[in-house]
Design a protein around this ligand. Structure first.
Ligand code: GYE
Length: 333
């Protein structure tokens, strides 16, 4: 069954119960819809196409997947796409050719997956989306999507800011460092944040640009923001790494991060939490990268032909500076 730390919606629960009944039925017939043989030693073979190694979040996510596959006795074929969709498509086609049992991937961008997903479906290889969603209208192209609610993360970040600035009488100028252009977390976090800050017309995003989820990107774009905008009150960065890169640009410009400029980020990886505990960041909305165990459970289920919930949502929280100080000593990533 699903691990603690998983939020199951009421609809999801129905699906799980139905899955249980179906599993019993399938076990009785000894059935499986994958039509593949498994590894030489009978192990399940999982082909996983990772986005890249762009952030601390991604490193923690990759480690989690590798560790969980080993612990579950699943043979992992791992490919790093270096943030390029064409590399992911190539990797998925290789997995199809190698007749892996299950394909999982974290799609770098949302659009443009229908053709390759159709190829996997025709080859009867089930696909699981992890971390990031695709915008395919045909939901039968993949079995399930496990990951966070990015719109909610953006909204939580925005709501915290609205509360902080509720007594502001003049304009509050916000700059936004977006994640990779076209990616689900960039699209959704931007949307959730914009929805939340609409509650106070004083809060205005005066500049918004992609830093590609990297430290180098965050630093470079923040430098431009600082040159072009004489008054920046708030930075909203779509992940910790871009926020950490921006810290360098802010300090170099003679401003004090966390004081002159309020900094809000998303992820809550160790370096981000340290910056928050040190007073350089002001607020982080968490996004958990530890998807490995849940993914391996889903892999086993789809390989066995069991029905799985269409959506498995990761549970997350938010951190203030005080909460970061308390959480840091036991933080795993
Ligand atoms: O927030 C960012 C990473 O897709 C949730 O990708 C993930 C995002 C994460 O590069 O740090």
């Amino acid at each position: 069954m699903l691990k603690t730390g998983t939020t199951i919606t009421r609809r999801g629960l129905g699906a799980i119960l139905a899955a249980g009944l179906l599993a019993t039925g399938l076990a009785a017939c000894g059935n499986s819809d994958t039509g593949s043989e498994g590894g030489d030693d009978g192990k399940i073979v999982l082909g996983f196409s990772q986005v890249g190694a762009e952030s601390g979040w991604r490193t923690a996510n990759t480690n989690s997947i590798k560790e969980s596959a080993a612990a579950a006795g699943i043979e992992l074929k791992f490919d790093d796409a270096q943030q390029k969709q064409e590399n992911q498509i190539k990797a998925i086609r290789n997995f199809i050719q190698q007749k892996v049992d299950v394909i999982a991937f974290s799609p770098v961008v949302e659009s443009g997956w229908d053709t390759v997903l159709k190829e996997a479906k025709d080859a009867k290889i089930p696909v699981i989306l992890t971390d990031r969603a695709v915008d395919s209208a045909d939901k039968s192209l993949y079995k399930t999507f496990i990951g966070s609610d990015f719109v909610k993360e953006g909204r939580l970040a925005g709501e915290w800011l609205v509360e902080q600035k509720k007594t502001a009488t003049g304009p509050v100028n916000i700059v936004e460092l977006q994640g990779t252009t076209g990616s689900a977390p960039a699209n959704d976090r931007k949307k959730g944040f914009a929805e939340a800050i609409a509650a106070n017309p004083n809060l205005k995003v005066v500049a918004s640009q992609s830093g590609d989820f990297t430290r180098a990107g965050g630093k470079q774009v923040m430098e431009q923001f600082l040159k072009a905008n004489p008054k920046i009150d708030v930075l909203f960065a779509h992940n910790d790494d871009m926020g950490l890169g921006a810290l360098e640009a802010i300090t170099a410009a003679g401003k004090v991060p966390g004081k002159d400029i309020t900094i809000i980020t998303i992820d809550a990886v160790k370096d981000g939490m340290q910056a928050l505990a040190d007073g350089k960041f002001n607020f982080i909305a968490e996004c958990s990268p530890l998807l490995g165990d849940q993914l391996m459970e889903l892999v086993k289920k789809v390989k066995a032909g069991e029905t799985v919930p269409a959506r498995v949502e990761t549970q997350e929280t938010t951190f203030t500076q005080e909460q970061a100080k308390a959480a840091l000593p036991t933080r795993k990533y």
